[in-house]
Ligand binder design. Structure first.
Ligand SMILES: [Zn+2]
Length: 189
């Protein structure tokens, strides 16, 4: 952790201590872009989870009273979440590639081919999103190893276990995130 960050943490920790540890799930999840919808008449390629934006393969961390934030147990917990999520996403990317290879050039009929092309562009967008997410997860793992994971990039306050479980790649506390979103809205009108 940088000296500046440490100072910010110290300044904010008193304030943070008075706050309830668990906050409501941020509204940000609702503001997230909706998944790309296929045009009418185009079937979804295979059934799959509707969204990979959330990783559910973990048990919520059993918080013990007075335990230090981001102690070794907590860090191990988030390491497992981040690595598990990354693995899941990479398998999904693999499946997409294989699916496209399997189906490529199998449709002599122009209508079928058009449908297939729409499917492919949808899959490519999904893959692109997954790749970006994997990059974010890698960054989170790096900050975890550097001992900086779980603190707000903007103000240094503890992001919180439950918020991180809901958004393991979160780099901002809910207050800074909300402020940024308000600013963004004002800028774009
Ligand atoms: Zn903050």
């Amino acid at each position: 952790m940088t000296v500046k960050k440490k100072a910010a943490v110290a300044a904010k920790s008193a304030k943070a201590a008075r706050r309830p540890a668990v906050k409501a799930i941020p509204k940000a999840s609702a503001a997230r872009k909706p998944a790309a919808k296929p045009a009418a008449g185009i079937r979804r390629p295979r059934s799959r989870p509707s969204s990979n934006d959330v990783f559910k393969g973990f048990t919520p961390y059993p918080l013990r009273k007075g335990e230090p934030y981001m102690n070794e147990r907590q860090r191990a917990h988030f390491r497992n979440i981040l690595l598990g999520w990354k693995k899941e996403l990479m398998e999904e990317v693999d499946r997409t590639v294989h699916h496209m290879q399997d189906e490529a050039a199998n449709f002599p009929d122009p209508n079928d081919r058009a449908t297939q092309e729409s499917e492919f562009s949808l899959e490519l967008r999904t893959r692109d999103r997954e790749r970006k997410l994997i990059k974010k997860i890698d960054e989170a793992i790096m900050s975890l190893e550097a001992g900086e994971y779980g603190y707000c990039d903007s103000c240094g306050v503890e992001i919180g276990i439950r918020r991180l479980e809901a958004r393991p790649t979160a780099t901002q506390c809910i207050d800074c995130k909300t402020l940024d979103e308000i600013r963004e809205k004002q800028m774009t009108g």
